[in-house]
Design a protein around this ligand. Structure first.
Ligand code: SAM
Length: 264
């Protein structure tokens, strides 16, 4: 996969040289390029922002440096490659999820446009649709100072799904959000630590019982921390023991979907 990131703070993306993503780059699994938006300006001050039309606080990123930078990305893409996806980090975008990470991991080429100030002149995205599939994406319902932190998170979440990046691909299967639930609690040696024991079932060697315990812990944890994930969860084919566990947690199955029982 090729990834291009455009930012006025290219050094912000330095952590992408580290750990598994850094190794994936070294191994040629990820071809990642970071571009300084200011190098696409033409004035002496390398200006990238100006005051907003209509008034109001803050500055807006000028369109022309963005058009120049994104044109350079389009020109550098491999011959015959599909239209690249342009991810625009924005608190006003669709929510970034594990499902979207899987979808993006199927792409050949992703480009990220890191906004700053009050964001980028909207006309850039209208123009960019000729060359990219444009997707505004939010990391969550809060406001950051710039798109770089969001890009670090998204590149890591997508990059680790590429074949060969994570040593044991099995470890991707049972993670939080891979099946719509949060992950079960995990433990390692020693089995006794500061007066606390590992749940006995994990030492039993009974794989069926361990799998059931883990699934039930997933339900419990998800009900406690993220009940929104359980509402509407596809429960059509769950074993009887799982249904009982969910009943205890306050959920019924209606037309194959989990529904929270009204309290009281
Ligand atoms: N005025 C914008 C608004 O209210 O939607 C916020 C601009 S924010 C201060 C500057 C930049 O940070 C945005 O252009 C975007 O690139 C990035 N950003 C801020 N919050 C984000 C979030 N939750 N997810 C992704 N990117 C975000």
């Amino acid at each position: 996969m090729r990834i291009d990131v455009v930012s006025i703070f290219p050094d912000y993306l330095a952590p992408l040289d580290l750990s598994l993503i850094g190794k994936a780059r070294q191994d040629g699994l990820l071809d990642l390029h970071v571009h300084d938006l200011r190098s696409f300006t033409t004035d002496r001050h390398r200006t990238v922002d100006d005051t907003p039309y209509g008034g109001g606080a803050g500055m807006v990123m000028k369109p022309e440096p963005w058009a120049q930078a994104l044109s350079a990305v389009v020109e550098a893409r491999p011959e015959g490659a599909r239209k690249p996806v342009l991810i625009v980090p924005s608190p006003a975008g669709e929510r970034f999820t594990q499902a979207l990470a899987y979808e993006l991991a199927e792409e050949e080429h992703l480009t990220f446009a890191c906004g700053r100030y009050e964001g980028i002149d909207e006309r850039v995205f209208e123009w960019a649709q000729e060359h990219f599939e444009v997707r505004p994406v939010s990391l969550g319902d809060y406001v950051l100072n710039g798109g770089e932190v969001a890009v670090l998170a998204m590149v890591e979440a997508v990059g680790r799904l590429l074949p060969g990046v994570v040593g044991n691909p099995e470890s991707l299967v049972e993670e939080s959000h891979s099946d719509g639930l949060l992950e079960y609690p995990v433990y390692t040696k020693p089995s006794q630590w500061r007066g606390r024991e590992v749940p006995a079932v994990l030492l039993s060697g009974n794989h069926g019982k361990i799998a059931q315990w883990r699934r039930h812990e997933q339900y419990r944890r998800t009900a406690e921390r993220r009940p929104d994930l359980l509402e509407g969860f596809d429960a059509g084919n769950l074993p009887r023991a799982d249904r009982s566990e969910l009943h205890v947690l306050g959920y019924d199955i209606v037309a194959g979907r989990l529904v929270r029982r009204p309290i009281g």
